[in-house]
Design a protein around this ligand. Structure first.
Ligand code: GLN
Length: 193
């Protein structure tokens, strides 16, 4: 199994080291060629506008969108969630726009931008460690989207078909349960193809 982590900017190294700790072959995605043969993809947190520009500038946009639409398991954390959303409530920009969710960028405001908590994620467990950094949350979900976690009345994790998104950063904690869950998504996709 090979999992690619989009390595334009942001917290990609932390995802790679967590995957490696779980004995997964994890590689940095920097150009089209890197996409060959990956079984899953993580789009990390960072700055969604910058990442959106870079995937276009490096000619990754069409390949990424097509691979995700064809069923490649993908996990977007924080800015990665924004890149996957079909609608960004407070921004006219659209990025990969593959997932039927409406997100609010920097939803917690600038002052209270970063905080930690522990909460339940459906299918994954109780007391999952959650680090929020100028995070988005999901304002509404469309058909086919399963809400996985709600913190303070806001949706912070959801899933639709091959796509899972989290507002928070599990790669910045010692809690690897979301990574394990994603690895299982990738495994079952390999087994079913
Ligand atoms: N605030 C960032 C954005 O809007 C996301 C922050 C993050 O990924 N930690 O793109």
């Amino acid at each position: 199994m090979k999992i690619g982590v989009l390595a334009m900017q942001g917290a990609y190294r932390e995802h790679i080291s967590m995957l490696k700790d779980l004995d997964v072959n994890a590689i940095e995605i920097r150009n089209k060629e890197d996409l060959t043969g990956i079984d899953g993809l993580i789009i990390p947190g960072g700055e969604s506008t910058t990442m959106g520009k870079l995937i276009r500038a490096l000619d990754l946009y069409n390949d990424l969108k097509e691979m995700i639409e064809e069923g490649l398991p993908v996990w977007g954390t924080c800015a990665g969630m924004i890149l996957l959303a079909k609608i960004i409530y407070n921004d006219d920009t659209k990025h990969l726009a593959t997932m039927n969710i409406e997100v609010v960028r920097n939803a917690y405001g600038r002052q209270l931008g970063s905080f930690n908590t522990k909460s339940y994620v459906k299918g994954i467990g109780e007391d999952i460690e959650m680090v929020f950094i100028r995070a988005p949350y999901i304002k509404s979900v469309g058909e086919g989207v399963d809400v996985l976690s709600i913190v303070d009345e806001n949706i912070v994790a959801a899933m639709e078909k091959n796509m899972i998104v989290t507002s928070f950063h599990p790669e910045l904690t010692n809690d690897n349960r979301v990574h394990k869950y994603f690895i299982n998504m990738v495994k079952s996709n390999i087994d079913n193809n």
